[in-house]
Design a protein around this ligand. Sequence first.
Ligand code: CP
Ligand code: NVA
Length: 306
Amino acid sequence: MKKDFLAISDYTSQELQALLDLAEELKAEWKAGGNEPVLQGKVLAMIFQKPSLRTRVSFDMAMRHLGGDALYLSPAEIGLGKRESIADVARVISGYVQGVMARVFAHEHVVELAKWSSIPVINGLSDYNHPCQAMADALTIQEEFGTLKGVNVTYVGDGNNVAVSLMHVCAKLGANFTIANPKGYDMPAESIAEARRFAAESGSTLTFLRDPHKAVRGAQVIYTDTWTSMGQEEEAARRAKVFPPYQVNAALVAEATPEVIVMHCLPAHRGQEITDEVADGPHSRLFPQAHNRLHAQKAILVQLLR
Ligand code: CP
Ligand code: NVA
């Protein structure tokens, strides 16, 4: 297993499946009364260049449940690459704590941090992908359908960081991935090429469409995310004009399979990419999915920090 957890594409399907199985075990253990303090004496520094609810709280609580501790370092404090070079931050912090979780704008910044750190570095979201989210998503799908193999997952919306890591985890673990996104908002060609290699190995299918109605036919999972990601705020008005046909609403959900579950990494922009009716309706798994961040990340922490 690698020192760092930076992207789904860095891990083999066996390693990812082992992490999911460990997450299930740790979740069951926690539900049965509490986790073993296997990370006692270990501290995770959490560096944020962007806001967060789920990532911040779930990593902090995961460390506490495992007997360790976490330090929150806000965008104003570290000034990663601004107040101090990333290489210097990495080498200093490596002498203080046992692991780092970082949420950054440019993916190369978390890669740089990992390169210069002697301790594990976990990507808590970059402009390229959101691998911890993808692990929680995969755990949610596995709990619902027993496996990812052969499950039809449809992503509707922007071809963003969340879409890329979801596509990669599906392709690695054998789920069939379909995306419907508007022209001009495709995932990076390189990420798609990687996914094609993973899908060829796992035997899953990849489908790239513009029409959300076609995309949800046969879907067992419908997934969406914000139309405007953090760092793209100046594009919000333009995006708000392009994306309305990609709203996940009751009419769209009705075109999928009867057992379809609806997922969203959150925060949700209700009335934009998802309606209240769907977010709070019987198909929604939004909150169990958010709670699974805790369990999926415990597995990553145990694997890397123990
Ligand atoms: N889904 C997710 O990463 O949420 P936060 O931005 O609140 O951490
Ligand atoms: N795509 C979103 C995900 C937020 C968790 C963003 O990058 O802002």
